[in-house]
Design a protein around this ligand. Sequence first.
Ligand SMILES: CC(C)(COP(=O)(O)OP(=O)(O)OC[C@H]1O[C@@H](n2cnc3c(N)ncnc32)[C@H](O)[C@@H]1OP(=O)(O)O)[C@@H](O)C(=O)NCCC(=O)NCCS
Length: 182
Amino acid sequence: MNVLAATTDIAIDVLDASATEAAIPALAEILRDCVANGASVGFMDRNTADDYERFWRDVAAGVGCGQIVLFTARHAGGIVGTAQLHLIGKPNQPHRAEIAKVLVHSRARRQGIGEALMRRAELAAREKGRDLLVLDTDENGTARRLYNRLGWTEVGTIPRFALMPDGAACGSTFFYKDLRPA
Ligand SMILES: CC(C)(COP(=O)(O)OP(=O)(O)OC[C@H]1O[C@@H](n2cnc3c(N)ncnc32)[C@H](O)[C@@H]1OP(=O)(O)O)[C@@H](O)C(=O)NCCC(=O)NCCS
């Protein structure tokens, strides 16, 4: 098991489409690890490496057409975390974006990497003129504490919104963050 150094040794990068393609093996491993450790992030225990790689190829296409901003957290040993900013393309929501797939490999957690990814995603949203952010997460997951700590507002929880990797039902808690000055 790798032991990572302090968060100061972690670089947060924004990947273009070709860098995303090159990072697919590492990103697929992070997704596999999160699902294997019980995270409700869109996949089930039965999903395979092919499913994860296909997911990231679709993300690379989204990056290529400017719909997705992809962030990675990189340590000397490689990529250990990731997050996405989805720029809503609807003409009546030019101010809104969604945060998705905030994932940190289990060997690298509790060092501030999740928080660093979220802060970088918020900065990118501001840079792109998006000042209303939305996300949802497993009601019982550790990410809920992270988002509350970073000043996100809980809207509520929809019961049975999704499944855990083992098939158990789980609720999703929805959050928003208004980035406009108070
Ligand atoms: C949720 C997730 C992204 C958080 O990543 P992370 O890198 O561990 O996040 P952070 O380190 O910023 O914060 C996690 C905890 O570590 C603590 N922490 C941060 N730096 C620390 C340090 N140097 N020493 C000790 N604890 C530390 C934080 O206070 C926080 O504590 P809390 O959970 O009691 O509130 C990660 O757990 C994960 O990938 N989970 C599975 C996927 C998932 O559910 N993602 C959310 C989808 S919406």
